[in-house]
Write a protein that binds this ligand. Structure first.
Ligand code: AMP
Length: 398
């Protein structure tokens, strides 16, 4: 069965058509500037990437162009819509309502809309994507795969904040965590690579990308994760501060004459390694070049980032009373050898025997970074959220 995987943002929409049995990607692409003007990028497997400007006043037109591209007689990969058996939607926030993927129904859409408060930028966009697909493919089953679902196994002690209990009761203020699809995919793959049962392992997954999060996975379940009510908490990120002393917010508001929105804007968009590097870049490739050219702030940014990841690993080794395996994934985790080396330099006490030679220059490939006999094994495991969504979709639709 071919599954169309859709990741819908407020003005963009990423897609992949995957043969869910062979797990082959048939085509992929991106619609950008939806609601502004509209641009479609489309690439069939083994073919040329095409870019074209198309008017996309809403997501419905965007999906219409995606379908046209996929069924185009010359460059398409399927003859008709009948060859798309299901659509898998990436959904960001399922609150406490969704602890696994679901076939989308009217009740599901209502429940997702009730979580809009918790992810005001993402959830409404996800629902718009669902409704646009429903309009154009009314008979095709749709599945929602939630970023938060994998973390619903966290115990109370991990998800409750030290705040008045009534905020949890009234507003559901608690830790939810994100990147769940990736943490689940990578922790499962780590168990396969180690040849050990998933249910017997203690794994720490470091999903380090534009947004970064670290998760403790014990016996196949997420038991703690660094992101919280929102994706702002946790490790230092590209432009997000990660965890800070909450009193800094009032202090900066007064000094800089900012309201709460202004402070949140600083914490979300002007902080992290971007802020630390003096506004140089949030991209680790730029920071590495600058650091190698002697830029002190770029080096500080890279080191603060790595140190913050290492501290979460230490915390989660404590939370699980041990760790068998640590996996690096996503843009930085898969590609940045300096960050991996820095993080692992703090982990000797755990029994990580790091292999610098294997790590140096390693990009985007699944590989073990520890020497034979290392007590705790460390891996690079490329994530594949689209494939994970296609798998979940196939399992539910079958
Ligand atoms: P993601 O959010 O997983 O797509 O990760 C995006 C981030 O990965 C970018 O902002 C870069 O900081 C980082 N990245 C991608 N490629 C490389 C690379 N070759 N070396 C270092 N960092 C990289």
């Amino acid at each position: 069965m071919n599954v169309l995987v859709i990741n819908c943002g407020s003005s963009s929409l990423k897609f992949q058509l995957i043969n869910a049995e062979s797990e082959e990607v048939l085509a992929k692409g991106l619609c950008e500037r939806i609601g502004i003007d509209g641009r479609l990028t489309y690439q069939p497997e083994g073919g040329e990437k095409e870019k074209s400007d198309k008017p996309m006043p809403t997501h419905t037109e965007a999906i219409q162009y995606v379908i046209e591209a996929l069924t185009n007689p010359e460059t398409g990969v399927v003859k008709s819509l009948d060859e798309i058996g299901a659509v898998g939607h990436r959904m960001v926030h399922g609150g406490e309502k969704f602890s696994s993927s679901v076939v989308i129904t009217d009740e599901v859409k209502k429940a997702v809309a009730e979580c809009n408060d918790l992810a005001p930028l993402h959830n409404p966009a996800n629902l718009i994507g669902v409704e646009a697909c429903e309009k154009l493919m009314p008979n095709t089953p749709m599945v929602g795969v939630f970023d938060t679902a994998f973390h619903q196994t966290m115990p109370e002690k991990a998800y409750m904040y030290g705040l008045p209990y009534e905020y949890y009761e009234k507003y559901k203020v608690r830790r939810y965590g994100f990147h769940g699809t990736s943490h689940s995919f990578v922790s499962k793959r780590a168990a396969e690579v180690m040849g050990r049962p998933y249910e017997d392992l203690k794994t720490i997954v470091c999903h380090l990308g534009n947004g970064s999060s670290v998760t403790a996975v014990m016996n196949g379940k997420s038991v703690d994760t660094s992101m919280g009510l929102t994706p702002l908490e946790g490790v230092v990120m590209g432009t997000r501060s990660g965890s800070i002393d909450p009193a800094i917010m009032e202090f900066i508001a007064q000094k800089e004459n900012l309201d709460i929105e202004g402070v949140m804007n600083v914490l979300n968009k002007k902080s992290g390694v971007y802020g630390l590097s003096g506004g140089l870049s949030s991209d680790f490739r730029d920071l590495t070049d600058a650091m190698n050219a002697g830029d002190k702030k770029a080096k500080i940014a890279m080191d603060v980032f790595s140190y913050s990841v290492a501290k979460y690993i230490g915390a989660y080794a404590a939370a699980m009373n041990g760790v068998d395996c640590i996996a690096f994934t996503a843009g930085i985790g898969e590609n940045d050898d300096y960050v991996r080396e820095q993080v692992c330099s703090y982990l000797g006490y755990l029994g990580v025997d790091f292999d610098k030679e294997v790590n140096d220059g390693l990009r985007g490939t699944e590989k073990e970074l520890t020497k034979p006999g290392s007590k705790v094994r460390v891996f690079v495991i490329p994530t594949n959220e689209e494939l994970a969504i296609a798998r979940e979709t196939l399992a539910l639709v079958k």
